[in-house]
Design a protein around this ligand. Structure first.
Ligand code: SME
Length: 162
């Protein structure tokens, strides 16, 4: 029997992520393994990865899934909304989100969590699904915990990636 998506054990994933990346000598390795862990263990995800901030743009970082847009210009897409607002953005129906960038035409819902260093957004974690409304209430706080591990691990090293 399929378990409902709300059964993702984010506390367990948080521990696993910490064990996996906390000793990483390079930020790129930590982000690569973070995207792989998320893609493997969170069901019904079509794409999971990071965009790293370079001034006002977001540049594609480590990810799992199909090829994606390399540069997200200022003001465009869900990712830039999360950068601008400095908080998690959940979109139940991407076709109704003005400015959404469809890297994969089948994408239907999306969640973007900002990654911060000293209060500034330095990257975003972007996760897409082919199912509408995939990212329910439990996912935002759970993914924010995972991003907390990433922030603790990569800190100021993330900006040097792009
Ligand atoms: N949909 C995103 C762009 C990145 S892809 O989903 C991987 C956005 O609107 O910002």
């Amino acid at each position: 029997m399929n378990r409902p998506f709300t059964d993702v054990d984010y506390s367990e994933l948080e521990k696993r992520l910490d064990a996996l990346i906390s000793d990483s000598p390079a930020a790129v390795s930590a982000l690569a393994n973070s995207s792989a862990l998320i893609f493997e263990h969170i069901p019904d995800v079509s794409w999971a990865g990071f965009y790293v901030r370079r001034r006002e743009e977001l540049i594609l970082g480590p990810f799992q899934g199909k090829t994606a847009c390399i540069v997200i210009p200022r003001g465009r897409g869900v990712c830039q909304a999360a950068l601008r607002e400095g908080k998690t953005v959940v979109v139940d129906d991407v076709t109704a989100f003005p400015g959404h960038i469809a890297c994969d035409a089948r994408s239907r819902s999306e969640i973007v969590v900002p990654v911060k260093y000293r209060g500034e957004v330095v990257a975003v974690l972007d996760i897409d699904s082919y199912s509408p409304g995939r990212f329910s209430g439990a996912d935002a706080p759970g993914l924010e915990k995972l991003v907390g591990v990433v922030e603790k691990t990569v800190g100021d090293r993330i900006s040097g990636l792009v």
